[in-house]
Design a protein. Structure first.
Lengths: 273, 317
């Protein structure tokens, strides 16, 4: 039995290893390139670790990467906090189903799942200019949070729905208000889904390029836009660009290493639900 | 006899009354006290944000598609002029065709690889979990980062693979190169979906197939694929709508070029406003993009045998 499976297994390991190389080889090239300067990048062998220097990291940090970094941290933190609190509140009320309009607004949000954000960037740009929010962090926070509402509410509703009704009833009988039920019961029980959504939305916000491109110009530059600026500034200097990419990705890689299992179930589970 | 009947009646009544009373006590009491205010506080903010920044812009896009506006002066009513322009504009037709090609290529490249890798990483074992962890890495890099990395990597003069064709500046190759780079970034996500899907297939099905004498290939086609139907639909919708509206990597790497050989619908739409400031015509393209996206999502959900799939799972349980 086992021996019959072996050729198949070997083939699948071979296939998986080929893809592993496809993933790793360009990454290895990039990491090595960051430790070169513009001269050694052109003259050294791109695959052997020699002639290493940190000068590209100094250069890219001097090119305002730090402030882009700070903006991205603020944006991501604000969006995660807003999305999680607002959408969990909404999900709780949707599950309780006390007013009819709540159900209707849930359907409206579900329809929003199908609207591609690319189709609305021009109106968003016009609106933000009219509201005097163009080129501010507020514009990015508001739109990115709004864009996260449909998925987040859907996932949270399917989670909150599984909280036993008896628990909610018991708490209300004991004199609890809707607020205490939410604060003492729904919020603590929802911790797994909160971290799932925080990871999923955080990744989307941190790496979002289109909305910062359309809604900001230079006062609220976040990392993806900053990296695109590097392309203009250092088009001839590959090591500096690669150092920028690496620094921008580092927080996510650290997060991933610290909580690998959770990140993977979050990303996979979000749609598989 | 009568007495016992009456007592049983009494207990029956009290039993029936108990859950009723419980409900009135404040269980999931419909339209109970404070419900309205709580609903407003709970649902209001996210609904407001969603309507203001997703629904309203969608409506504004439709309205803008019927006006002439350069973004500075007053918009003037254009009727269907922008729409008839779309049917005459060879650039728009070419963008639409390039978009369709990108969608088809992306689907054909990403789906089989994602299924294969998903099935591989769904299994247990140290090797597989190390592979799975490394596969995720492209997903963590921002699309701009992915674009910059591949631009440097594929640079025919300064890159590590010197001496090959300049794929990104060759109109005949650029779309294939972009398809592969986009695949590099998104296959990890779809691999995860398929891995989750595979883990949800009950092992009983494989045991039954084994007893019936099925070989691994038969098991793949008769058990795995039909059971993954739901995942195939989900991943397919995300893949198709995702590549239909795809923007980031193409914008950074080629800007739609060389010439217009990688100018997709969403890039065309962007360029009609930045820098061309033709808000009306750009909105026509935006509405078309939105409608195609919504239509594909609806059609795929409807014709994918959603219902059948669920009853299949129930049969197993």
């Amino acid at each position: 039995m086992l021996s019959r499976l072996r050729p198949g297994r070997a083939l699948s390991v071979l296939f998986a290893t080929i893809w592993l190389l496809v993933v790793v080889v360009p990454l290895y090239f990039m990491i090595l390139a960051t430790f070169r300067n513009n001269n050694t990048y052109l003259t050294s062998n791109p695959w052997t670790p020699d002639n290493l220097t940190l000068s590209s990291y100094h250069q890219v940090w001097a090119a305002h990467l730090g402030s882009y970094f700070l903006n991205s941290v603020i944006l991501t933190a604000a969006c995660i906090a807003l999305t999680v609190t607002l959408c969990l509140g909404a999900a709780y009320r949707i599950v309780r189903r006390q007013s009819r309009w709540v159900g209707a607004s849930f359907s409206l949000m579900l329809f929003g799942l199908a609207i591609p954000i690319q189709a609305i960037i021009v109106p968003l740009y016009v609106m933000m200019v009219k509201l005097h929010l163009y080129d501010t962090m507020y514009a990015l926070i508001l739109v990115l949070t709004a864009a996260a509402v449909p998925v987040s509410v859907l996932i949270m509703v399917s989670f909150v729905r599984d909280i036993p009704r008896e628990l909610i009833s018991a708490m209300l009988i004991d004199g609890g208000t809707e607020w205490t039920v939410f604060r003492r019961l729904v919020w603590p029980l929802s911790r797994p889904v909160i971290s799932t959504l925080a990871i999923y939305n955080g990744l989307n916000v941190w790496n979002n390029f289109l909305l910062p491109l359309v809604l900001t110009i230079d006062h609220a530059t976040v990392l993806p836009l900053g990296l695109n600026n590097l392309k203009g500034q250092f088009s001839e200097d590959v090591p500096v660009m690669m150092a920028g990419v690496l620094l921008a990705t580092l927080p996510l890689v650290i997060l991933f290493i610290l909580m690998r299992r959770q990140v993977m179930t979050s990303l996979g589970g979000i749609v598989a639900k | 006899m009568t007495a016992s009947a009456s007592t049983s009646n009494a207990t029956g009544a009290s039993l029936a009354a108990a859950p009723l009373r419980k409900q009135r006590g404040g269980g999931p009491a419909r339209r109970g006290r404070g419900g309205g205010v709580a609903d407003l506080i709970g649902v209001g903010p996210s609904l407001l944000l969603f309507c203001l920044f997703i629904v309203v812009p969608m409506i504004v896009a439709v309205v803008l598609s019927f006006v002439n506006w350069d973004g500075v002066g007053n918009p003037t009513w254009a009727g269907f002029a922008n729409w008839t322009e779309f049917f005459k504009d060879p650039q728009a037709h070419s963008s639409l065709w390039i978009t369709v090609k990108l969608v088809v290529f992306s689907y054909v490249v990403q789906t089989p690889i994602s299924i294969g890798l998903g099935l591989f990483t769904a299994g247990k074992g140290r090797l597989k979990s190390i592979y799975a962890a490394i596969y995720i890495l492209p997903l963590l890099i921002s699309t701009v980062g992915v674009a910059l990395m591949w631009m440097s990597f594929l640079d025919p003069l300064l890159g590590p693979l010197q001496g090959h064709q300049a794929w990104l500046s060759n109109p005949g190759d650029v779309l294939y190169a972009l398809t592969l780079i986009i695949a590099w970034q998104f296959i990890p996500f779809h691999t995860l979906l398929y891995a989750v899907g595979r883990r949800q297939i009950p092992e009983v099905l494989y045991e039954a197939a084994r007893i019936d004498g099925a070989n691994p290939v038969q098991m793949f086609f008769l058990v795995t694929l039909p059971q993954l139907r739901y995942t195939i639909v989900t991943s397919g919708i995300l893949m198709i709508v995702g590549s239909l509206t795809y923007f980031d990597i193409i914008f950074v790497m080629t800007g739609g070029g060389p010439g217009t050989s990688s100018l997709t619908l969403s890039l065309d739409m962007y360029k009609e406003v930045f820098p061309a400031t033709d808000f009306g015509y750009s909105s026509v393209l935006a509405v078309i993009l939105g409608v195609i996206g919504i239509a594909i999502a609806l059609v795929m959900v409807r014709y994918s045998g959603f219902g059948k799939m669920q009853s299949q799972q129930e049969g197993v349980a």
